[in-house]
Ligand binder design. Structure first.
Ligand code: ADP
Ligand code: ADP
Length: 231
């Protein structure tokens, strides 16, 4: 479903210098995979996620989503890809503080042909699925870290994207909450989405279906992990 073919990415520095952040990356991902991307700080993990998420299309090689090269998307197509095909989850949740849980989710809906009440119904359904049925009227500062991350996950799922990209999704959670969020994320992959996350957590990596290690912009390890099953 997602295929990276000879992907390289260099950042331009001063004095016409370039820094190669990704070098000849060849890898493909399937629906239903829960992938952990690991590697030292500065190895290229964020750069890779930015490419996959359509946040940066300045690279060489082919980044194929369902056979089409993201590198050749018009800015309009890239916009649509980011909004509808990918859901983002961050370490720091990135919720809007003055909006309720429900509004944090509905505001992310991009399907323009849906009326207000249908939007709210859809958001309520997703929030119930992630275990926040009784917290929809609260503001983010009235939630625990794990609950905030559940809101962010609901927001990421609201447009039914094929790919979920998560940057250290458990990075600011304690170990018990990490397990709960990991279980939720695992279920999302089981239901057929491709989940790719950057993590420094051994626990998270150990419970992924695949672990990809990056060093100096190259893939140095790509190992099969746990059998997470499918729903
Ligand atoms: P990024 O990989 O997104 O550039 P960093 O590598 O700077 O981010 O690290 C993000 C967070 O993870 C920071 O809080 C940092 O202290 C922590 N961290 C970095 N490397 C490790 C590691 N090897 N093990 C555990 N935590 C780490
Ligand atoms: P990671 O997420 O694994 O910490 P990054 O993808 O953020 O790694 O960075 C990979 C390398 O690219 C690092 O050496 C970093 O300093 C460099 N880099 C990242 N962003 C830029 C940028 N905008 N300009 C120049 N160099 C960058």
């Amino acid at each position: 479903m997602l295929e990276l073919n000879q992907i390289s990415k260099s950042y331009k520095l001063a004095d016409n210098q370039v820094f190669p952040a990704l070098r000849d990356i060849n890898i493909s991902f399937k629906k239903g995979e829960l992938v952990s991307i690991i590697g030292e700080s500065g190895s290229g993990k964020s750069t890779l996620m930015n490419l996959i998420g359509g946040l940066d299309s300045d690279f060489t090689g082919k980044l194929l989503i369902e056979g089409r090269n993201i590198g050749e998307f018009s800015s309009k197509e890239l916009d649509a890809y980011r909004k509808n095909k990918v859901g983002f989850v961050f370490q720091s949740f990135n919720l809007i503080p003055h909006l309720s849980v429900l509004d944090n989710v509905t505001i992310a809906m991009t399907l323009s042909n849906i009326g207000k009440s249908a939007r709210v119904a859809r958001a309520e359904e997703i929030l119930t699925e992630v275990g926040l049925k009784d917290h929809m009227k609260k503001k983010p500062n009235q939630l625990s870290g794990g609950q905030k991350q559940r809101v962010a996950i609901a927001r990421a799922l609201i447009n039914d994207p094929d790919i979920i990209i998560a940057d250290e999704p458990t990075g600011s959670l304690d170990s018990e909450t990490t397990e709960q969020i990991l279980e939720l994320i695992t279920n999302i992959a089981r239901k057929g989405k491709l989940v790719i996350m950057v993590t420094h957590s051994e626990k998270v990596a150990n419970h992924s279906s695949r672990v990809v290690k990056i060093a100096d912009g190259r893939i140095v390890d790509d190992i099969k992990g746990m059998d997470i099953g499918s729903a």
